[in-house]
Design a protein. Structure first.
Length: 213
């Protein structure tokens, strides 16, 4: 799959969103690139994130995760659709053995920088538990055509080998986030994570690294 990245369009996005951090503007731009490709994302599916520092309502700089909010479409998302959540509070949850969906939502909402922001994605913790600055999750048709087979994991391992980490199917939420983080930590050199019957996570230090082929 060819990259749709354009230096000119990226800089135009940065210029359009002059009141937000550069990395967040680029996150909006790259989210559009993913969301507008139906081979990667159907309407309403997938999610993206970026980690950066922002000022809270007291004016203090804090580390945050800006992650796709519920109800936003990746193809048309605006900065408001990537609510900022205090990152340290999310990372602390990794030490828990269990966390209900209800409590997960409450913790995420309690740590929003803007109390009026939309609910962060149900996969927020998976983004938070990975160390990378930029994280993309898509339901790539090419990947799903492999993972949705009866022997999907074996097929993916044959195709991708050790380039990718592999995560068995788990409903989105706390348990999946921990399993994915564990899979990454087994081999931090992997280029991404294939979630069985659930698509692919890719990540990188910069906006230009993630790919979803």
């Amino acid at each position: 799959m060819k990259s749709a990245w354009s230096d000119r369009d990226a800089e135009a996005a940065v210029g359009r969103y002059v009141d937000i951090p550069r990395d967040l503007a680029l996150r909006v731009y790259t989210t559009h690139l993913l969301g507008q490709n139906p081979k990667l994302v159907l309407h309403g599916g997938g999610n993206t994130s970026v980690k950066l520092r922002m000022n809270d309502l007291n004016g203090d700089a804090v580390d945050v995760l800006c992650v796709k909010g519920s109800g936003w479409d990746m193809g048309t998302i605006e900065p408001a659709g990537l609510p900022a959540v205090r990152l340290d509070a999310l990372k602390k949850l990794r030490r828990r053995n269990a966390l209900s969906d209800e409590d997960m939502v409450r913790v995420q909402r309690a740590n929003l920088l803007d109390p009026s922001a939309p609910n962060p994605s149900v996969e927020t913790l998976l983004h938070a538990f990975l160390p990378h600055t930029f994280v993309d999750h898509t339901h790539s048709t090419a990947v799903l055509s492999l993972t949705d087979q009866p022997a999907g994991e074996a097929i993916c391992r044959e195709v991708y080998g050790m380039r990718m980490g592999y995560v068995p199917y788990i409903m989105p939420g706390f348990a999946l986030a921990k399993a994915a983080a564990d899979a990454f930590e087994q081999d931090p050199s992997v280029e991404g994570l294939i979630l069985h019957k659930h698509g692919i996570f890719t990540f990188g230090r910069t906006h230009a690294k993630p790919t979803n082929a």
